[in-house]
Structure formats: C-alpha cells, structure tokens
Design a protein around this ligand. Structure first.
Ligand SMILES: [Zn+2]
Length: 285
C-alpha cells in the first residue's frame, strides 16, 4: 500500500503542478496582452486601452521579430452548430497604415456586442507590431521586410519575389521581400494560422489606395463595393498574401484599402464598411 499511496501522491502532485502551470501560463498570457495593449493604445490615438484589452484577446503564441506577441481573438460559432464560414481578419500587415489597425479594433468592438455565431472569426488586429509601434512607424517589419511580399509563391522560382523586387521595383526598400519566402516570423505565423484555422475567406485591411481588391481563382463574385470603397482589381505580386492564399491555396482574399493611412474613417463609414462586408460574407460563403 505505501507504494500505491506514493504513486497516487505523485499523480496528485503532478496534477496540481500541471493545473498550476496552466493558470500560470494563462495569467502570463494575460500579462502579455495587457502590456501589448498599453503599447498599442499609447501609439494609436483612436484605440483606448480598454478597446484593445478585450476579454479573451490572446497572445497567439506567435511573436514578431522583436518578440512582441501577435494578438488574436476568436469569435466562435454557436455551440454545436456549423458556422456559415470561417473568416480570418488581419490588420496592420504594414506598420505605417495605422488606420488599418485601428479599424480592426473598432470592428472587434462591434463583434463583442453583436457576434451571433453565424460565422467563426479569427481576428489578428496587428500582424506587424514592430513596424507600427516604433516612434516613426514603418511599412516593413524590424528586418526591413515588406511582409506582404514575403509569402511563398508556389509554382514560381523560389527567388521570384526577389527578382521582381530587383527588376520591377528597382530595389524599392519599401517593397523588399526578404532573402527568401517566409523568412519572417510574422509571415510564418500567418501561414501557420491559415493552415490550422482553414479560413473560407481572408480579409486583409490596408491603406491608402481607397479600393477593394479580391484575389481568388474565380473573381466573378468579387465585391462591387464595400462601404465607400469600390472594386478595383489589381494584379498580384510574387510573395503577396493575395497571390499565396488567393491564387495558390484558393482561399479568397478581400483586401480593403482605406483612403488614408493616418486618418480614421468616420463612425458611419466604419459601420457601413462592416455591414457591407458581413452582407458579402452572407451571400458568398
Ligand atoms: Zn498595406
């Protein structure tokens, strides 16, 4: 019996240890989110700490080049119900497009109140924290890489994005794709997130071109207009998310380009953009 007792007590202490570790890691993650939100609300005048520090906003486990957590919030479908679709919403791929980060927080605020479970959402409001949260924000990440050129381009030579950069952009530093595809932790995280969440559509928010773009194998159902943004289908670039997810994985990518990187749309515009987006999802997923 002493042996059995000893085994039991080992099991019990393991359980206690494991439980303790779980609550420790949960609070460590909450601390990370709190600290992240302090920095985000300091930088973005239109996002308060409370608007950022939402219940169950989590440190996804992914980190930027400089170790800043990539934040993620899930809005699950109704329990036991299959959602009409899974939607991945990503803001702040380019750090100097501050309005494209703030507006995602505003839409999360809408989801906090009105999420019905019709869709299953994963929302990452700020993919490029290193670019956004420094004093003079930059498009690129801390390694000087344009994250929207750093995805892989299946079927193309491995240096396709680099070649494009050298020849077509004449080595424009704002478009530098990195030494090789997926060299950056932020793009590696998004690739992983796409593989595990398996979204039916990805919505990426940018600025300042004032349009809606749509990358998918079949572009016939591209949104004609979302709020005050009208359809304008651009080409894709080697290494872009639209090229990688939209053309190669076959997951439609809606790119919303707000008209200003540093000026927020009005409340009415923010709200109309959202209702038009959700309307498109309802009709197309
Ligand atoms: Zn952008």
């Amino acid at each position: 019996m002493p042996r059995l007792l000893a085994m039991r007590s080992t099991k019990t202490s393991l359980l206690i240890l494991f439980g303790g570790w779980l609550s420790f890691s949960a609070s460590a993650s909450q601390d990370e989110v709190r600290q992240a939100c302090e920095k985000i609300s300091d930088k973005l005048s239109s996002v308060s700490f409370e608007e950022c520090n939402l219940p169950e906003l989590s440190a996804s486990g992914g980190y930027s080049t400089q170790g800043f957590p990539i934040l993620l919030k899930e809005y699950p479908p109704r329990p036991g119900k299959k959602p009409k679709g899974r939607v991945l919403l990503v803001g702040g791929t380019h750090g100097d497009e501050l309005a494209a980060i703030s507006i995602v927080f505003k839409w999360m605020h809408t989801l906090e109140k009105h999420h019905s479970g019709l869709f299953h959402w994963h929302v990452a409001p700020l993919l490029n924290p290193d670019g956004a949260l420094i004093k003079k924000q930059t498009r690129m990440n801390a390694n000087g890489v344009d994250l929207n050129r750093n995805f892989s381009s299946p079927g193309a030579p491995v240096d396709a994005a680099l070649q494009y950069w050298r020849v077509k952009t004449r080595r424009n530093l704002r478009r530098y794709p990195g030494e090789h595809p997926l060299s950056e932790p932020e793009t590696q995280w998004l690739k992983q997130e796409i593989e595990t969440f398996k979204p039916d559509v990805i919505i990426a928010v940018h600025a300042p071109y004032s349009l809606v773009d749509y990358d998918a194998p079949n572009r016939s159902n591209a949104p004609e207009r979302i709020g005050y943004l009208y359809k304008n289908l651009m080409g894709t670039y080697p290494g872009s998310l639209g090229n990688y997810a939209g053309m190669h994985l076959g997951i439609p990518v809606i790119t919303l380009e707000l008209p200003h990187a540093g000026i927020m749309p009005t409340r009415a515009q923010i709200s109309k953009l959202w209702t038009d987006l959700v309307r498109w999802l309802i009709h197309n997923l």
